[in-house]
Design a protein around this ligand. Structure first.
Ligand SMILES: *[C@@H]1O[C@H](CO)[C@@H](O)[C@H](O)[C@H]1NC(C)=O
Ligand SMILES: *[C@@H]1O[C@H](CO)[C@@H](O)[C@H](O)[C@H]1NC(C)=O
Ligand SMILES: *[C@@H]1O[C@H](CO)[C@@H](O)[C@H](O)[C@H]1NC(C)=O
Ligand SMILES: *[C@@H]1O[C@H](CO)[C@@H](O)[C@H](O)[C@H]1NC(C)=O
Ligand SMILES: *[C@@H]1O[C@H](CO)[C@@H](O)[C@H](O)[C@H]1NC(C)=O
Ligand SMILES: *[C@@H]1O[C@H](CO)[C@@H](O)[C@H](O)[C@H]1NC(C)=O
Ligand SMILES: *[C@@H]1O[C@H](CO)[C@@H](O)[C@H](O)[C@H]1NC(C)=O
Ligand SMILES: *[C@@H]1O[C@H](CO)[C@@H](O)[C@H](O)[C@H]1NC(C)=O
Ligand SMILES: *[C@@H]1O[C@H](CO)[C@@H](O)[C@H](O)[C@H]1NC(C)=O
Ligand SMILES: *[C@@H]1O[C@H](CO)[C@@H](O)[C@H](O)[C@H]1NC(C)=O
Ligand SMILES: *[C@@H]1O[C@H](CO)[C@@H](O)[C@H](O)[C@H]1NC(C)=O
Ligand SMILES: *[C@@H]1O[C@H](CO)[C@@H](O)[C@H](O)[C@H]1NC(C)=O
Length: 828
């Protein structure tokens, strides 16, 4: 019995188990079916919603392919995740309300910028307000109006919210925005919002980009903005914000862009040093006063600094030179005074510089010439006393056409004391082609006698030794020469001058030049006689009583006190007294006195080679033969400097600006301000000098000057003379020579001249081009010496093997590589 009972119980249990398993499995199956049908149903609802929206009716009604429609993306299950109809081809406009957004259970991305949507934000948010999945909402550039709906605060997944450019969205930001904990980007630009931020706003600690420019925001920027620790971009420009810039803002070390321009903010710039990632600091058109802190130099990543139209006072700190990345600097329209710090020359990425409308004074520093990328310079309406360094034009001018030059003329105007503003800036000066070797010989070796003569002449009694000592203390290598004619000076003051290390020396030319003639012929350096500006100083044309015309290069009062300028000026005297070559300018005299420093050269009628090449009419006058001769003359002059003097002299600034032309268009090398003697016993390390675009590449990293640096500059100059403008493009291709294969020499020659017809001229051009390429090689060891170059010019040339039009630049480059050791240019 017991067994039966047990077996019955067992059977019953099994049956119950079986039953329940069956029931369970059928339940599960029905559930799965229900889920599947729910999925299918929801997909169908999505398709229906898309179809009924009418948004795509022009394109296709084939909802099976809806995931392929323009502006629709789906997940793997085929459910729509993104809706972004392109406004150019699909205009949603009034059809917006036809879309049933509640059907899209997986929609994360809705972008309807520029769709002519018209309605209140409330309407729109009501429509889409239940989409808790949405992360990206763009309703920018529509015609929405009213207040920002508080319901937006329900879209708690939002990371990107863009209501910019709706023009009529007004009021304030609802406090519900504080719920948008994931928000990273908020763009409300171009509306009519009036109140900045509710207190809940500072909970948005993930916010990286906040754009609220071009609204009507009033009041001050709250201190609590400092809570938004992730902020990278803050743009509150073009509003009516007043009060001071909160110091907490400058603690947000992730900031990359700060744009507070065009408000009414007051305060001063302090505590900038935390902003270690800042690239743009735009504070123009506010009421910021005080000075620019030197800490500004800590913003090493800064690309754009604009504080124009404020009330900044004081001078521009020299730390501005630490901003090596800076591309744009606008400090215009302030009350800045003092000089432009020369350190600005270290901002070598600078493209735009606007310092106009301030009270800046003093010299425009030569260091500006180093800024090779500088494209827009506005220095108008200041009190600069010096002229614009002409290389400021020169450097850029190689890359910009002549309309730019006019632009420059404008932008330097309005400086009351910018004396040579009305001058033509590119004419330069030169000297008499008369050398006085004997005088100089006498000067160097018979100093004692001359000094006696001087003393005798003025009948003063001084101890000659003390005068000699004074002269030596002045650091001058030069001996005092006499002006024997016409000079009326007070001997006592002369001797005082000598004691101070000042020197006056005019090497007589036919006994016809005297200090007083120079003063008289220029009306004491009146602006009417100014013909241009140099790297420093101004150049005057003076017609002496004899009828002879000379050029005078005179330093400005303040320039003369600048050690670097003074050094360069004395350097020019030192070199030009030592060298004598028919293609090098010769100094005719000088005055070195702290009141008046000038050099005397002969007047060079045609100005610089650069000047001629940049003028379309004058460039044509420089025909092929004249151009070849200019290159040959320059080569001879450099060969002389490198090989025929007792020491190796390197010019270091060969450029078309420094090749001057006389009335016969003969070339003369000028401007020895940076020239240097190579000392075989020293490393010859140097700071980088020269003109951008001509400086040998190795100087950038070795800083060791050799005569091969001049060879490189010569190569560039020679190419420039053939091509008619700076050959930057061709030079840039030299690193990948194969690209030169398809460039024919004839196609790069100056198009303003007709191609050479005469065989000999063509041959000369090929010859010059070959040498130019050889000289422009990146490896200084591969460049020929100038001696070699001038000898190749002297040697008779082989005639061209191929017609000119078939010669490619690649051929010339290859030829140039094989000219070593030969005194004939290889046959190309
Ligand atoms: C779409 O259709 C409307 C009329 O239904 C027409 O005016 C419009 O030009 C069409 N747009 C395109 C892109 O075909
Ligand atoms: C799509 O359907 C609508 C209404 O069903 C119709 O008016 C329209 O012509 C259709 N468009 C195309 C391209 O078939
Ligand atoms: C979507 O379009 C692409 C080409 O644009 C096509 O290759 C693909 O088959 C289409 N898919 C569907 C489901 O229509
Ligand atoms: C606004 O949309 C229009 C077309 O609807 C477009 O032309 C314009 O560029 C857009 N403006 C902005 C700021 O996106
Ligand atoms: C928007 O709609 C209102 C009324 O519905 C109308 O008055 C207004 O002109 C419309 N705005 C635009 C830009 O279409
Ligand atoms: C959103 O949800 C609310 C209630 O949860 C409902 O009243 C409203 O109709 C829904 N909106 C849409 C567009 O479905
Ligand atoms: C949205 O948030 C408001 C409060 O801001 C709340 O009353 C409402 O129920 C939420 N849900 C919907 C669907 O609007
Ligand atoms: C709004 O700002 C965001 C973030 O900078 C940007 O991606 C978006 O294009 C802006 N919107 C408009 C219409 O410019
Ligand atoms: C700056 O302006 C404020 C008022 O806006 C004034 O109190 C303060 O003295 C000014 N500071 C300087 C240095 O001019
Ligand atoms: C320089 O700034 C002034 C005043 O802020 C402005 O008028 C001028 O146009 C600017 N110059 C250039 C070249 O942009
Ligand atoms: C000069 O450059 C400007 C801007 O690059 C250009 O518009 C103009 O045509 C150029 N003029 C000449 C003479 O090349
Ligand atoms: C400008 O020149 C005038 C007259 O020569 C002089 O009185 C004035 O002090 C000069 N101004 C400056 C800033 O050098």
């Amino acid at each position: 019995m017991m067994n039966l009972n047990m077996s019955l119980t067992f059977t019953a249990s099994v049956m119950v188990m079986l039953w329940s398993t069956t029931v369970l499995s059928s339940y599960v199956a029905s559930q799965v079916a229900a889920t599947t049908s729910a999925t299918t149903l929801s997909l169908e609802r999505e398709a229906k919603a898309l179809l009924e929206s009418g948004w795509w009716s022009n394109y296709s009604n084939d909802t099976l392919r809806r995931c392929n429609w323009t502006g629709i993306s789906c997940n793997d299950a085929g459910s729509v995740t993104k809706i972004y109809p392109p406004s150019a081809s699909i205009k949603v406009g009034d059809k917006f309300k036809n879309m049933d957004f509640s059907c899209f259970l997986n929609l994360a991305f809705l972008s309807l910028g520029g769709h002519e949507l018209n309605g209140t934000t409330e309407d729109f948010v009501f429509n889409i307000g239940n989409l808790s999945t949405i992360t990206h909402l763009d309703l920018s550039n529509n015609s929405l109006y009213g207040r920002l709906s508080p319901r937006l605060g329900n879209l708690t997944q939002l990371e990107f919210l863009d209501f910019s450019y709706n023009q009529y969205i007004a009021g304030s930001i609802p406090s519900e925005f504080g719920n948008l904990k994931n928000l990273a980007i908020l763009n409300l630009t171009g509306n009519r919002l009036q109140k900045p931020f509710p207190s809940s706003f500072y909970l948005l600690t993930h916010l990286t980009h906040l754009h609220m420019s071009s609204n009507q925001l009033l009041g001050s920027i709250p201190l609590k903005l400092g809570n938004l620790k992730s902020l990278m971009t803050l743009d509150l420009s073009n509003n009516f914000l007043d009060g001071s810039i909160p110091s907490t803002l400058f603690q947000l070390s992730n900031l990359v862009t700060i744009d507070l321009s065009y408000n009414k903010l007051v305060g001063q710039l302090t505590n900038l040093n935390r902003l270690t990632k800042l690239e743009k600091l735009l504070l123009g058109f506010n009421r910021i006063n005080g000075s620019i802190p030197s800490k500004i130099g800590d913003l090493k990543t800064l690309l754009a600094l604009s504080i124009h139209s404020n009330f900044l006072e004081g001078s521009i700190p020299e730390e501005i030179g630490n901003l090596k990345a800076l591309v744009s600097l606008d400090l215009s329209q302030n009350q800045l005074s003092g000089p432009i710090p020369p350190q600005i020359g270290n901002c070598f990425n600078l493209e735009e510089l606007n310092l106009s409308n301030n009270n800046l004074q003093g010299l425009i520093p030569n260091q500006i010439r180093k800024l090779s990328l500088l494209d827009q310079v506005d220095l108008r309406n200041n009190d600069f006393s010096s002229v614009v360094p002409y290389n400021l034009y020169g450097t850029k001018y190689h890359y910009v056409n002549s309309s730019f030059y006019k632009k420059h003329d404008e932008v330097y105007g309005g400086n009351k004391n910018l004396t040579s503003y009305s001058c033509s800036p590119l004419k330069k000066n030169c000297n008499l082609p008369i050398s006085l070797p004997i005088t100089i010989f006498v000067a160097f070796f018979l100093f004692g006698c001359l000094l006696q003569l001087l003393l005798w002449r003025y009948k003063v009694k001084v101890n000659p030794t003390s005068v000699l000592q004074a002269t030596k203390n002045g650091g001058c290598l030069f001996q005092l020469l006499l002006w024997r004619y016409k000079v009326k000076v007070n001997p006592t003051s002369l001797l005082q001058a000598i004691k101070n290390g000042d020197l006056f020396s005019i090497w007589n030319y036919d006994g016809k030049i005297a200090y007083e003639d120079i003063i008289a012929s220029t009306d004491d350096f009146d602006i009417r006689y100014c013909i241009g500006t140099g790297g420093y100083g101004s150049v005057y044309r003076a017609q002496l009583p004899s009828g002879r015309v000379v050029a005078l290069k005179k330093l400005h009062h303040l320039e003369a006190e600048e050690p670097a300028v003074d050094k360069s000026f004395r350097n020019e005297i030192k070199f030009l007294t030592d060298v004598r070559h028919r293609n090098i300018v010769k100094l005719h005299g000088y005055c070195l006195h702290k009141r008046c420093m000038f050099l005397i050269y002969e007047y060079m009628e045609r100005g610089s080679l650069f000047f001629m090449l940049s003028d379309d009419v004058q460039a044509v006058e420089l025909d092929w033969t004249k151009r070849v001769n200019i290159i040959k003359s320059t080569a001879n002059a450099l060969s002389y400097l490198h090989f025929e003097c007792t020491s190796i002299m390197v010019h270091r600034d060969i450029s078309s600006n420094n090749i001057l032309l006389n009335s016969d268009l003969e070339a003369f090398v000028s401007d020895f301000g940076t020239a240097r003697i190579i000392d075989p016993d020293s490393s010859n390390e140097t700071r980088l000098v020269g003109t951008y675009g001509y400086v040998a590449p190795e100087l950038a990293y070795t800083m060791v000057v050799t005569e091969k640096c001049d060879v490189y500059s010569f190569g560039v100059l020679a190419l420039e003379t053939l091509v008619g403008k700076h050959p930057a493009e061709i030079l840039s291709l030299l690193s990948a020579p194969s690209s030169l294969q398809n460039i024919m020499l004839i196609d790069v020659l100056d198009p303003r001249l007709s191609p050479p017809t005469c065989q000999l001229v063509a041959q000369n051009i090929v010859h010059v081009a070959t040498i130019a390429f050889a000289c422009s090689q990146a490896d200084p060891n591969l460049r020929p010496t100038m001696k070699h170059v001038s000898q190749m010019f002297l040697s008779c040339q082989r005639s061209l093997r191929n017609p000119l039009r078939t010669i490619s630049l690649l051929q010339l480059v290859n030829c140039g590589m094989h000219m070593e050791g030969s005194y004939q240019a290889p046959q190309c």
